[in-house]
Design a protein around this ligand. Structure first.
Ligand SMILES: [Fe+2]
Length: 375
């Protein structure tokens, strides 16, 4: 079951210094490692405190863009061309380390695109953050002549770091990073735990999406669905007959997302499931993760398939049964492996915490110690 450290205030959080192994050995950053971390200087992320100058951020970004032109585009796991004029082409990219589906969604009429739920590579043992996965996405965008108009987050992920801020810079610095408006609640919960200034997060994201809000993707219309339950800020995106569900519903043999994070709620998750299952049967529900090792990775199931087969919420499952099952299941789940690094970066839209006076960046890990003695 997910629990935060009970003695965060009295037992000082231990820090993970985000520092690459190669800091003293590489005059030129190896491909895919953030130049800032190799050089031990702020950026290319704008620091959460705003300490990175625009000039340095632009300079690093342009250096990286030159490098990206030489990087081969990521090869989509699957390409889903649309046969319906109101539905986008969907390119799916599976990030194996966290079993995450990343999506590049394209209006075939205009080549405008959105990127949904991107991943920043992170090795917790070494503290190295790298960008090979994100660079592949940027290269895919550039090689295919796409114009990215929004970087979308379905929610503040607890199992991987978002590449949203890195992508924004690589794509020219003016592509808005968007998330559900109830991210404020998530930030209020987690900022104090990680010693982050809540006031510095007022404009961490560029747009805060409301339930039923609409925006255009080229000639297509995108409808925002608030899908709380896994997290309070969680949203999905309906674009034609393609629905991007993040961590709400999963493929039928996986079921549904956990609902025990702070602000999560099994009751509201059930309601969100019903909202998705009430969509037309041929709509595709593209999921945020796929975990089974005994079959090929799968990124979507139709609404009709989910109604018939979802192991947690198929048609006929009553709310009481689901809610009890979900709570019982969550009570025995462990915390996600990258929980703490993910949250303190993701509630800042993919920015790292401020660097110290020596340019070092640390991520905090709250610890629990209840042995009855003081160490
Ligand atoms: Fe999640």
């Amino acid at each position: 079951m997910f629990r935060l450290a009970s003695r965060t205030a009295s037992v000082r959080a231990s820090g993970t210094h985000v520092r690459p192994r190669s800091v003293h050995t590489h005059a030129v950053p190896p491909r895919g490692v953030l130049p800032s971390l190799v050089r031990n200087t702020p950026g290319p992320f704008p620091a959460a405190s705003g300490s990175a100058s625009p000039t340095s951020a632009r300079g690093i970004a342009s250096l990286s863009r030159a490098s990206i032109n030489k990087i081969p585009p990521a090869e989509p796991w699957r390409r889903h061309p649309s046969s319906d004029p109101e539905t986008p082409n969907v390119f799916t990219f599976f990030e194996k380390a966290t079993s995450t589906w990343q999506y590049i969604v394209v209006d075939p009429h205009t080549s405008e695109a959105v990127i949904i739920d991107s991943v920043l590579d992170y090795d917790p043992a070494s503290g190295v953050i790298s960008t090979a996965t994100a660079d592949g996405l940027v290269s895919f965008v550039e090689h295919n002549g796409l114009k990215v108009i929004k970087i979308l987050e379905t929610h503040a992920h607890a199992d991987h770091l978002t590449a949203a801020q890195y992508l924004k810079q690589q794509l020219g610095g003016d592509v808005p990073v968007c998330i559900g408006q109830r991210i404020k609640q998530v930030q209020e919960t987690f900022a104090p735990i990680y010693g982050l200034e809540l006031s510095s997060m007022d404009n961490a994201f560029d747009a805060y999406l409301k339930d039923n809000e609409e925006f255009n993707l080229g000639s297509l219309s995108c409808h925002v669905l608030h899908l709380p339950g896994h997290t309070p800020d969680h949203v999905g995106f309906v674009i034609g007959k393609a629905v991007f569900t993040g961590d709400s519903i999963f493929n039928p043999d996986v079921g549904t997302a956990r609902a025990d994070f702070p602000g999560g709620n099994a009751e509201t998750l059930y309601a969100s499931m019903q909202r998705l299952l009430s969509l037309p049967g041929e709509y595709r529900l593209y999921v945020g993760h796929d975990y089974p090792q005994n079959r090929d990775q799968t990124c979507f199931s139709t609404v009709a398939d989910q109604r018939a087969e979802n192991k947690h919420v198929k048609e006929g499952t009553d709310a009481t049964s689901f809610i009890q099952w979900r709570k019982d299941r969550d009570a025995v789940l462990g915390a996600p492996r990258l929980l703490h690094p993910s949250l303190q970066v993701n509630i800042q839209a993919g920015r790292l915490p401020p660097a110290d006076e020596q340019g070092r960046v640390f991520l905090r890990t709250p610890v629990k110690f209840d042995a009855g003695v003081k160490l």
